[in-house]
Ligand binder design. Structure first.
Ligand code: AMP
Length: 397
């Protein structure tokens, strides 16, 4: 089955057409800088790249350009459905669902929980329904995989009414990636599907870890929003919440301005003062940039502490899985983390760590238990497969 996968952000729209039986990607691309004079559409088709300027384009213009592109290559008529990445599904969705009018209304109800992401996701859904009125549309939620967390993991120790009346709880994100790589790792390491304990570390521009017991998320580092947890490219991760009031008062700034700084000017960028990009920081650190080196050190220290804490809900650890741009590509970050987790029995295999990465996943630690492995993530494929299953007749996945 050919499925169009759409991932709409506030100023971008990523797309891909995947063939779900063999997992082949027929075309992929991104429309970015939407709403600006520099808006453009870039794509990759059969190994060749293409680009088209779309000055001033919004999401609707960009998605129409995507449809033109698919038509020009004979891909539009062969589509069986559309799969949408939806960031926040609140406690409403524990699996993927067909986007009927009733389900879309439920996604709209989740906007207050995901104000930075859900409106763009909903825009993409509305436009795709107009452009493909005959195709079924499926929502795949970043939060859904973590709905199996027990209350001890998802409740914050705050006044209970904040949860019961205002839905304040930990939801977790990157669920599609954690689900995909945990399934792959269980198969690749030939673990008992009914008795296994994994920690998956999705380390991209956003970063989160999940504790996955027998294929189900039992704890995760992100919370009500994707701001909690690990140090990220521009997000602080967990900090003392009193810093918000303290800095608002000290700087005479609004709470919104402080939250903006925690989301967009913190993390690797904030500490290094240089970049949110791990590649840039590793290069700068090698050249003697002290704060780039410090940012990487804090990133790896917080990550190692978080991984160790996630062994508690699991009770034991069979494998640590690295994925995402940093997890798949940075042998340096993996080596530092595994070294700091030596007390769990993890031990780096420098040769395997240098060899395995995005191109070829695999073991990066010595063969003793627990093992550390790289599993390249493929969120688009999982979204396409969920959509295909629903189009083929499942009520939900
Ligand atoms: P993602 O959001 O999954 O695309 O990941 C983006 C992050 O991956 C950025 O911090 C990149 O610098 C990082 N990254 C990509 N390639 C490499 C590499 N070869 N070495 C280190 N970090 C990398």
């Amino acid at each position: 089955m050919n499925i169009l996968v759409l991932n709409c952000g506030s100023s971008s729209a990523k797309f891909a057409v995947l063939e779900t039986t063999h997992g082949g990607e027929l075309i992929s691309g991104i429309a970015q800088r939407l709403g600006s004079p520099e808006a453009s559409l870039d794509w990759k088709l059969s190994g060749t790249k293409g680009t088209r300027a779309l000055p001033g384009a919004d999401h609707a213009v960009a998605l129409r350009a995507v449809v033109d592109l698919l038509r020009a290559h004979g891909l539009a008529d062969a589509l069986s459905g559309v799969g949408h990445r939806v960031v926040h599904g609140g406690a409403r969705f524990s699996g993927s669902r067909e986007l009927t009018a009733e389900v879309i209304a439920m996604v709209e109800e989740c906007v207050p929980l995901g104000p930075l992401h859900n409106p763009a996701n909903l825009t993409g859904i509305a436009i795709a329904r107009e452009l493909f009125p005959d195709l079924r549309q499926v929502g795949v939620f970043d939060t859904a995989f973590h709905q199996t967390m027990p209350p001890r993991a998802f409740l914050y120790p705050v006044p209970y009414a904040w949860y019961s009346d205002h839905q304040v709880r930990r939801y977790g994100f990157h669920g599609t990636s954690h689900r995909f790589v945990s399934q792959q790792a269980i198969a690749q390491l030939a673990l008992d599907p009914a008795d296994n304990a994994l920690i998956t570390a999705h380390l991209g521009n956003g970063c989160s870890c999940a504790a996955v017991r027998n294929g189900q998320s039992v704890d995760t580092t992100m919370g009500l929003t994707p701001l909690e947890g690990l140090v990220m490219g521009t997000r602080s991760g967990s900090i003392d919440p009193a810093i918000i009031g303290h800095m608002a008062k000290t700087l005479g700034a609004s709470e919104a301005a402080i939250l903006d700084a925690l989301n967009k000017k913190s993390g690797l960028l904030g500490v290094s003062g240089l970049s949110n990009d791990m590649r840039t920081l590793e290069e700068a650190a090698r050249g003697g940039h002290a704060r780039a080196a410090l940012a990487i050190e804090i990133f790896c220290f917080v990550l190692s502490k978080s991984i160790a804490s996630l062994v508690v809900p699991l009770g034991r650890l069979d494998a640590l899985v690295f994925t995402g741009g940093i997890g798949e590509n940075s042998a340096n970050v993996r080596a530092r983390v595994i070294d700091q987790l030596g007390f769990l029995g993890l031990s780096i295999d420098p040769e395997a760590n240098a060899r395995h990465g995005r191109e070829e996943g695999g073991r990066v630690s010595r063969e003793t238990r627990p093992q550390a492995v790289v599993v390249p993530t493929n969120e688009e494929l999982l979204i396409a497969r969920d959509a295909a299953a629903i189009v083929a007749g499942s009520a939900a996945v």
